[in-house]
Design a protein around this ligand. Structure first.
Ligand SMILES: Nc1ncnc2c1ncn2[C@@H]1O[C@H](COP(=O)(O)OP(=O)(O)OP(=O)(O)O)[C@@H](O)[C@H]1O
Length: 246
């Protein structure tokens, strides 16, 4: 079954043509890495999936629902499709534990005791159980990002979208976040779509690597073909050689 389907999708910001003729299917349980130069449309593409950006043409089906249809319930999509942002977006005036418990309480009406138990399990899973009573500002960036991941997982989503989750972090924090993401990719049947330049992550856990430039998908390969067999697109090859040598 496919979790996400783009059919001939076009996206404009005013006159600016941000996504060109996007055709892409991501199956349940796949881990897909999306790479490409700055401004190529990667964020735009993933933000269309949970309706943070609208599309102007084509069809986008997420978890069996057509996003263009008026009756489509965006809250239901967002219940099933979580998102982790570059800048964490935690609630600054709520404790770490409250950050994780809030959406399950409000949206899923999860009973308080069960909610707390699951939140503590997730905190443990991301290695931060001892931080539960603190406020986000008392944590490092890497710790905040692991909390943001735990917060998304608390909704038990079918898919998780990651928009450059490590690019705002100091280098020494990056591995802790990537390790949490790798564990999720290996141990869960969730679909993951990850915009990142972390090729180690892609090599270890991705099923596919997609390369975008100028709002178009220029390459969509298995991890093996992308890294070992070389992408067939010139720009994808050049991009890969640049990020891997840096
Ligand atoms: N809200 C907006 N209004 C107008 N143009 C936008 C808007 N958001 C993005 N763009 C433009 O669309 C293009 C694609 O942006 P997008 O953020 O999707 O690229 P990206 O590949 O994620 O880049 P980066 O790696 O730098 O985050 C860019 O040229 C950007 O300036």
């Amino acid at each position: 079954m496919s979790m996400i389907e783009f059919h001939d999708v076009e996206k404009y910001y005013g006159d600016y043509h941000a996504l060109h003729d996007i055709n892409l299917t991501i199956d349940n349980g796949e881990t897909v890495v999306l790479i490409g130069p700055s401004g190529s449309g990667k964020s735009t593409l993933i933000r269309t999936i949970n309706g943070l950006e609208t599309i102007q043409k084509g069809q986008l089906i997420v978890n069996g629902q057509d996003l263009a249809e008026k009756k489509t319930d965006m809250n239901r999509i967002r219940k099933n499709v979580g998102m982790v942002f570059q800048h964490f977006n935690l609630y600054a005036n709520k404790t770490i534990l409250e950050n994780i418990m809030l959406s399950p309480r409000l949206v899923l009406k999860r009973p308080e005791e069960e909610n707390k138990k699951f939140a503590m399990e997730l905190l443990d899973r991301v290695g931060l159980a001892d931080q539960a009573p603190k406020l986000p500002a008392q944590l490092s960036g890497g710790q905040q990002q692991r909390i943001a991941i735990a917060r998304s997982l608390a909704m038990k989503p079918k898919a998780l979208l990651f928009d450059e989750p490590t690019s705002a972090l100091d280098p020494e924090m990056i591995d802790d976040v990537l390790n949490v993401m790798k564990d999720i990719a290996r141990d869960s049947d969730m679909t993951m779509l990850v915009v990142t330049h972390e090729m180690g992550f892609a090599r270890e856990v991705a099923n596919r690597v997609i390369f975008m430039a100028d709002g178009q998908i220029l390459e969509d390969d298995s991890k093996e073909k992308f890294f070992d067999g070389q992408p067939s697109n010139d720009r994808a090859r050049q991009f890969l050689s640049k990020i891997i040598t840096h």
